[in-house]
Design a binder for this molecule. Structure first.
Ligand SMILES: [Zn+2]
Length: 300
């Protein structure tokens, strides 16, 4: 991926290395990341229960959190944001560039394709844990988008985990993770996220609620594909092998793969992100069409 040619976002809030407010290491000591280990899943369920966040929304490779947060931590936090808000290290600059390219694309195509203006989300880089509008963010949760404060939370340690666990990794795979989270923000702007949350509140079973989560996740995958197609048009980001890398990543982080890896079998009703085949399919739909509209049949 050639990420150096596009705009660089100044909406990265760099909280790495700061005092993130108590309890550090409690979760990461379980070695979980992206909700993979059963220990991490149990702990996340407890956190979800304690913070009032639906635990299903805390568990997964790259997820969305819902609901106004009541963070259990009240200490003030320090941030290490530089004067213009831009990180100066290589990975930080990479993230700011990818975010800048999501801003460039969605600012252009959201009015064109959906007739609404794009408002840019903030991306919070943190290490260990930090506060979010959806409760305390922990690295073990994996990256997520919080609709309450319209921020994406990312601990880049997740990328190491992706690389170690799935043998994947690489610029475009990481960009896909960021684009997926921004995809949730687009869902929020389109009014899809609040509507699905409402439907989940009214769902009569866990399976029904999970099926709605899968739609939200596959839509974010599709929007990540829409972004990539348009970013390539605007900034020529794609290089040989990038699409294959993204597809391999989408396959690796399917719920069936994650569950099979974690406990030896998969339970389709408990899927909250979609199977490997589904994630690949919808990322591809977005990539090939470059159109929001092409993703919307998912919601039917
Ligand atoms: Zn997601």
């Amino acid at each position: 991926m050639d990420w150096q040619g596009g705009p660089v976002s100044n909406n990265v809030e760099d909280r790495r290395g700061g005092d993130e407010g108590g309890g550090g290491g409690m979760i990461s000591s379980f070695g979980g990341g992206g909700g993979l280990g059963i220990g991490a899943i149990i702990i996340l369920t407890l956190i979800g229960w304690a913070t009032g966040i639906n635990p299903q929304l805390l568990i997964g490779g790259a997820q969305v959190l819902t609901g106004a947060g009541n963070s259990s931590y009240s200490q003030p936090q320090q941030t290490t944001r530089s004067s213009n808000g831009a990180p100066t290290d290589q990975m930080g600059r990479f993230i700011a560039s990818v975010l800048g390219e999501t801003e460039g694309v969605w600012t252009k195509i959201l009015p064109e394709q959906a007739n609404i203006q794009y408002t840019k989300p903030t991306l919070v880089l943190f290490s260990g844990q930090t506060r979010s509008g959806c409760g305390t963010a922990q690295s073990a949760m994996g990256p997520f988008y919080c609709p309450s404060d319209q921020k994406v939370y990312l601990d880049m340690a997740f990328f190491n985990e992706m690389k170690a666990k799935y043998g994947g990794g690489g610029d475009f795979a990481y960009a896909y993770v960021v684009a997926h989270e921004v995809g949730h923000h687009v869902e929020n702007l389109l009014g899809i996220l609040p509507k699905i949350q409402q439907m989940q509140d009214q769902a009569s079973s866990k399976a029904q609620s999970n099926a709605l989560s899968v739609k939200v996740e596959l839509l974010a995958d599709c929007f990540a594909g829409v972004w990539a197609a348009n970013a390539n048009q605007q900034y020529k980001i794609l290089q040989q092998g990038d699409v294959e890398t993204a597809i391999a990543t989408a396959q690796a982080i399917g719920d069936d793969k994650l569950q099979t890896a974690a406990r030896g079998y998969a339970v389709p009703d408990s899927f909250t992100h979609g199977s490997a085949a589904q994630r690949t399919q919808w990322l591809t739909v977005g990539l090939q069409s470059g159109q929001i509209q092409a993703c919307l049949p998912l919601l039917k």
